[in-house]
Design a protein around this ligand. Structure first.
Ligand SMILES: Nc1ncnc2c1ncn2[C@@H]1O[C@H](COP(=O)(O)OP(=O)(O)OP(=O)(O)O)[C@@H](O)[C@H]1O
Ligand SMILES: [Mg+2]
Length: 249
């Protein structure tokens, strides 16, 4: 009799359609690169992932690097899934990375190896203190610009994902690429280290600009590799297979 491979515990994203694509959700403690060009819905999907976690009682942490979190909040208030009480109760916490840099004295344009260690330790301590089970960093690309070399980027992502994984925290690192990029990440390092890659893109079809989503890799689970059309609706992200969603093939 064939022995069954032990099933990894899942972090159910709560995003309509995505859990089906992933055969139940992201394997818990994975670090996933959610990458795509501008306006493809990365931040919306990542916020919904955290919001669902918080609703289910999993403490969730949003590390905002690119946008001020106050401004970011204004953008998600209209969504039906937004629940202000989760912020009040501390289930959903927003942290601004520039504030963290300032507090840690990491003000130079390029961080040293020691400073990277300090940053990783501070982020891990924060996640531990909050008992975070979900974390989003939006965007990792902005952090990479402060690290500059492939070696430092590799060091930062490896150490951070190991620390978060040890805490049982499932993480989404948002990556920004240009629309014509042939790579899944700006520095080429992020995609190789991540346990999973979810690619978001814009696709022109019959004069309409569709948003698409495709799971490229996800360690620890089978998954669909098909392209899905992503709809940003007032109730949140909705995913439908491209052929159906894109109407008449
Ligand atoms: N409540 C909403 N309902 C429907 N669409 C929305 C809503 N809020 C924002 N959008 C759309 O989502 C788009 C941006 O989504 P989002 O910010 O998640 O993308 P992104 O990939 O993170 O973008 P960026 O590259 O700027 O970081 C906007 O262009 C807007 O049209
Ligand atoms: Mg964004």
């Amino acid at each position: 009799m064939a022995t069954k491979i032990a099933e990894r515990d899942r972090c159910v994203t709560g995003v309509e359609g995505l859990d089906t694509i992933l055969y139940g959700g992201i394997p818990r403690s994975n670090t996933v690169l959610l990458t795509g060009s501008c306006g493809t819905g990365k931040t919306s999907l990542a916020l919904e992932f955290l919001m669902h976690g918080a609703v289910k009682g999993e403490n969730s942490l949003f590390v905002s690097v690119t946008e001020n979190s106050e401004k970011l909040l204004q953008n998600i208030i209209p969504y039906k899934f937004f629940d202000k009480s989760l912020i009040k109760s501390g289930r959903l916490v927003f942290v601004d990375m520039p504030v963290m840099y300032e507090r840690l004295g990491l003000t130079k344009a390029e961080l040293s190896m020691e400073e990277i260690e300090l940053l990783v330790n501070s982020l891990a301590s924060l996640a531990k203190e909050l008992q975070a089970k979900r974390l989003v960093m939006d965007s990792i690309t902005s952090v990479c610009y402060k690290l500059k070399t492939s070696e430092k980027i590799r060091d930062f992502i490896l150490k951070l994902s190991k620390a978060l994984s040890d805490l049982g925290c499932t993480s989404i690192l948002v990556g920004e690429v240009t629309a014509d990029s042939t790579s899944y990440s700006t520095f080429g390092v992020e995609e190789a280290i991540a346990d999973g890659i979810i690619l978001m893109a814009n696709m022109e079809r019959r004069g309409d600009l569709l948003r698409t989503l495709q799971v490229i890799k996800m360690r620890g689970t089978m998954h669909s590799r098909a392209k899905y059309v992503l709809d940003l609706t007032p109730v949140g992200v909705l995913l439908v297979p491209l052929l159906k969603g894109g109407s008449t093939g």
